[in-house]
Write a protein that binds this ligand. Structure first.
Ligand code: HEC
Ligand code: HEC
Ligand code: HEC
Ligand code: HEC
Length: 367
């Protein structure tokens, strides 16, 4: 089927394939919903960032505003982010012999100026009609290109309305509409998790098999990798402290990580065309995550996880099975979104032995 074919190639290339959008009704329906609630708000759907909720991320360089814009209000977050490898890669990657070797094997003359390395190591912005690499992995790599939601996400309902005065209805609408406008808002942490895995599973066969790039961050696990150097939770204390996630939040984060890992290793498996490092590593990863999901379900028996388990119960991890693998990945995505939205972390205490301990959190080279 031609549609499946184009979906498969878009997993490889991460491009904005319009056919993906057919599978991602949620953001559209959220938008329709919020339009009805807010009534007066006139939002042109056509001009919005339409990243599909249930498909690989899309980043529109025309809607990137850059971290300087965030720094105006999120100075602490920016300071923290500056210490991460996500920032460092901008200055270091193109100088490393390993990067040059990969680029040579792929026939790429420049590391910053090609469509491949940019997808995961850099942020590209459109300036006066030209595409420029402006940062490494940036605020917007994880939270979404911000032009359509920047002013909106922090508006409590008028010029003189403070956080304390905001009604709960307005709060809910603000979060929903920010998501509809393309924000990967941590109120649904799946929206951010999918960004992590879309880079950290390295879903690009040629990059791995021909370029010799590492086939994903083997030990990537969402709690350990997000709660160390990457953590920047200053909102709760108005900038005074970088808060740890509560045990309930961390349990939800852990499960969302396993679901997103499963989803993105299924997508990578679907993109494999030969039995070599990329395909084998991706399929092994998917099999491992399927097993972990079963282990989780044995411990918590959570109805919200049933659709994801069902989706992968019969799908075969083999070459030439792309359509089925992508279909399973889309269902896992939907389950992950719903789980992140509705799960009650307080009921997931049996998972505690599976969670990494604070001393296992990744503080990395930069710390
Ligand atoms: C004009 C000030 C301002 C700017 C500029 C700004 N923010 Fe915010 N941001 C806020 C405020 C205020 C909140 C807290 C909203 C609340 O109380 O829920 C917030 C909350 C957030 C949240 C938490 C989710 C939420 O809805 O509470 C994220 C993530 C975020 N901002 C990211 C960004 C990023 C990324 C940028 C730059 C692209 C940015 N912000 C620019 C003021 C700003
Ligand atoms: C699909 C995402 C993705 C793409 C595309 C990608 N990388 Fe990476 N790269 C990563 C991730 C994730 C890591 C960190 C892996 C780890 O955990 O060790 C990484 C690590 C590296 C490293 C080792 C770390 C370092 O800084 O020395 C090199 C070298 C590298 N990449 C080069 C490249 C080059 C060159 C390109 C373009 C030809 C490229 N990468 C494209 C995701 C990607
Ligand atoms: C746009 C792609 C991209 C996204 C999105 C992304 N990363 Fe990364 N991440 C990278 C790359 C590339 C590196 C390696 C940088 C280097 O060393 O050159 C990296 C490195 C890291 C490291 C340092 C690992 C080490 O061994 O030092 C951590 C921790 C990390 N990422 C966590 C996360 C988490 C958690 C998320 C999601 C919340 C995330 N990343 C989202 C691309 C990405
Ligand atoms: C590697 C991915 C990644 C990058 C880069 C990133 N964030 Fe986040 N951000 C997250 C995740 C994941 C969360 C939710 C964390 C949690 O629940 O522990 C979050 C949460 C937030 C929050 C809410 C924190 C709170 O106290 O509740 C704000 C505000 C925010 N980010 C702003 C920013 C800004 C500004 C930047 C750039 C300087 C940035 N983020 C860069 C992944 C990222």
């Amino acid at each position: 089927m031609p549609r499946r074919m184009s979906r498969r190639s878009s997993v490889l290339e991460h491009d904005a394939n319009p056919s993906l959008r057919a599978f991602a009704p949620l953001r559209e329906s959220l938008l329709a919903l919020t339009m009805t609630i807010t009534g007066a708000l006139v939002v042109c759907r056509c001009g919005l960032a339409q990243e599909p909720v249930f498909g690989p991320p899309v980043h529109d360089p025309a809607k990137i505003v850059g971290s300087d814009q965030c720094a105006k209000c999120h100075d602490k977050e920016v300071q923290r982010w500056m210490r991460t490898p996500h920032v460092a890669t901008f200055d270091t990657l193109h100088r490393t012999p390993a990067a040059k070797e990969i680029a040579d094997r792929l026939g790429l003359p420049s590391i910053k100026r090609n469509d491949t390395c940019v997808q995961c190591h850099y942020t590209r912005q459109q300036q006066n009609g030209r595409l420029r690499v402006v940062e490494g992995v940036s605020c917007e790599s994880c939270h979404g290109a911000a032009a359509d939601w920047l002013n909106f996400h922090a508006d409590y309902g008028g010029e003189n309305v403070t956080r304390q005065m905001e009604t709960s209805d307005h709060h809910r609408q603000r979060i929903e509409l920010s998501i509809a406008r393309g924000m990967n808002n941590p109120h649904n942490v799946y929206l951010i998790a999918k960004q992590c895995y879309n880079c950290h599973t390295v879903p690009n066969e040629r990059l791995v098999n021909v370029g010799g790039h590492v086939a994903g961050s083997a030990s990537f696990e969402l709690v350990a990798w997000s709660q160390g150097i990457v953590r920047h939770n200053y909102l709760r204390t108005d900038g005074a402290a970088n808060a740890q996630g509560t045990p309930a939040q961390l349990r939800v984060l852990y499960v969302v990580g396993v679901l997103a890992d499963l989803e993105y290793s299924l997508r990578a498996s679907a993109a494999a065309t030969e039995k070599a490092t990329f395909g084998v590593t991706s399929a092994q990863r998917a099999a491992r995550m399927k097993q972990r999901l079963h282990e989780i379900q044995r411990l918590v028996n959570e109805p919200l996880l049933a659709p994801a388990i069902e989706a992968v119960s019969t799908v075969e991890l083999r070459l030439g099975n792309s359509a089925m693998l992508i279909e399973a990945a889309d269902k896992v995505a939907e389950a992950a979104y719903t789980f992140a939205d509705q799960a009650d972390g307080d009921r997931l205490t049996p998972l505690d032995p599976l969670l990494p301990r604070p001393e296992q959190y990744i503080n990395s080279r930069a710390n």
